[in-house]
Ligand binder design. Structure first.
Ligand code: S3P
Length: 174
């Protein structure tokens, strides 16, 4: 199968859905944030803090190329990955991209304390500030995300139904 790339804003559930899709299909999956942390030997927050965002984005792209070369079936991508250089074109050329869309309010309600703390771009913000920041940031990213082959409005849909919807939509595109 062609690789399936899950894209979307931070906290929208890409990693969890990648794991569930992989389990359903019996194929391997990977998460770009986790692999960047392994390669860099540091957390995403520390890579941002000590090496800067540009270094992080380059490491993210290197991991993306590794996964493409290795034929990974399901890839969960960091929220900013589709907005950097030609990452979106690259993923669209070799696989199927799926944008998991949720509103800022939905994402903020789903965020755990750990989920907030591990994301450098949300650190130190209150709930109201997070919603305002996300609304602005999402609006700027929407033009990249909507280049995906498939757009799924997640709403309050349970994960097992999202897995069904993603697989149906991907099949129709193939
Ligand atoms: C980022 C999203 C994060 C992570 C980093 C930057 C972003 O990934 O790559 O904190 O720019 O939106 P998740 O989408 O997995 O949270």
């Amino acid at each position: 199968m062609k690789p399936l790339f899950l894209i979307g804003y931070m906290g929208c559930g890409k990693s969890t859905l990648a794991r569930k899709l992989a389990r359903r299909l019996g194929v391997p999956f990977a998460d770009t944030d986790t692999l960047v942390e392994e390669r860099e030997g540091a957390s995403v927050a520390d890579v941002f803090r000590y090496e800067g965002e540009e270094h992080f984005r380059q490491a993210e792209r290197a991991v993306l190329e590794e996964l493409i070369a290795g034929g990974c079936a399901i890839v969960s991508t960091g929220g900013g990955l589709p907005t950097w250089r030609d990452n979106m074109e690259r993923m669209n050329a070799v696989g199927t991209t799926v944008y998991l869309r949720r509103t800022a309010g939905q994402i903020t309600r789903r965020l755990t304390p750990y989920g907030r703390q591990k994301r450098p771009r949300l650190q130190g913000l209150s709930d109201a500030e997070i919603v305002a920041f996300m609304e602005r940031d999402m609006a700027a990213r929407e033009a990249y995300y909507t280049r995906a082959h498939v757009v799924i409005d997640c709403g309050d849909c349970p994960d097992h139904e999202l897995v069904d919807r993603i697989l149906r939509a991907v099949k129709e595109k193939e």
